[in-house]
Design a protein around this ligand. Structure first.
Ligand SMILES: [Zn+2]
Length: 243
């Protein structure tokens, strides 16, 4: 009989939960594992919060642990939020909920950006890199957002509404009185769920123009997990709006 018998790989469970701290509109990733004995808290440079916990630790103990670290969390989140984006070789660019690494190439010919796997190559003068990269994002954003818009409009039994790419500094989307859906090109940085939430939100405005409880019920039918994803989008907003 093998000595390996009876050895099991640890059980792992992950879920995204709202932060149990008053005045904090954020979520955290709770990673439980049967291999863990202690609690650990981490905030990434991107402002993502993760907690590692033993598999069977009662939730109220996790909550208490988070509340005890409320001040530390506030500080860390604030510094992640106010970090200014620096255009340099190796910079991390948010892309579809993941990231691309910026590779700056010597300028030559027409300034251009091109993606290869998880890298974005940009050949441009240093002062033009932001313009070239932003242009690349917009170029990608249109077909990507159009596809999701068409998908969700079809679920509603509606023809795909016209799409306008917006460059708003604080808004993700809006619906004009004429039925044109505006979506921020920076959504190309967001995760597929965050993109879908914003699109379902704007489509729900075809039924209700306000933000009444009836409106949120429309959102709910189109996108049941809207509350968690909306919170996540708010949390990630500062990162996506850096450029
Ligand atoms: Zn709205």
């Amino acid at each position: 009989m093998s000595w390996l018998k009876g050895r099991r790989s640890p059980t792992r469970v992950e879920e995204t939960l709202p932060l149990p701290i008053a005045g904090h509109d954020a979520v955290y990733l709770l990673k439980r594992s049967s291999a863990r004995r202690t609690l650990a808290l981490r905030v990434t440079d991107r402002g993502e919060i993760a907690v590692n916990a033993p598999l069977r630790l009662p939730q109220h103990e996790v909550d208490r642990f988070l509340r005890r670290h409320a001040d530390w969390l506030k500080e860390r989140l604030e510094s992640a939020r106010t970090r200014v984006f620096t255009w340099r070789d190796g910079a991390e660019l948010p892309w579809l909920g993941g990231r691309l690494t910026l590779v700056m190439l010597a300028p030559g010919g027409r300034p251009a950006a091109r993606q290869e796997m998880d890298r974005l190559f940009c050949a441009a003068e240093e002062t033009a890199v932001e313009t070239v990269v932003s242009h690349w994002y917009r170029h990608q954003a249109r077909p990507l957002l159009m596809e999701r818009l068409a998908h969700h409009a079809a679920r509603l039994g509606r023809p795909t509404p016209p799409l306008r790419l917006s460059d708003a500094r604080t808004r993700w989307g809006s619906l004009s009185p004429k039925g044109v859906v505006s979506l921020n090109w920076r959504l190309a940085k967001a995760s597929p769920e965050e993109i879908d939430y914003v699109i379902c939100h704007e489509l729900a405005h075809f039924r209700r123009r306000d933000h009444s409880p009836a409106f949120w019920r429309e959102v709910e039918t189109l996108f049941p997990e809207w509350e968690t994803v909306r919170r996540r989008l708010r949390q990630n907003g500062p990162l996506y709006f850096q450029f």
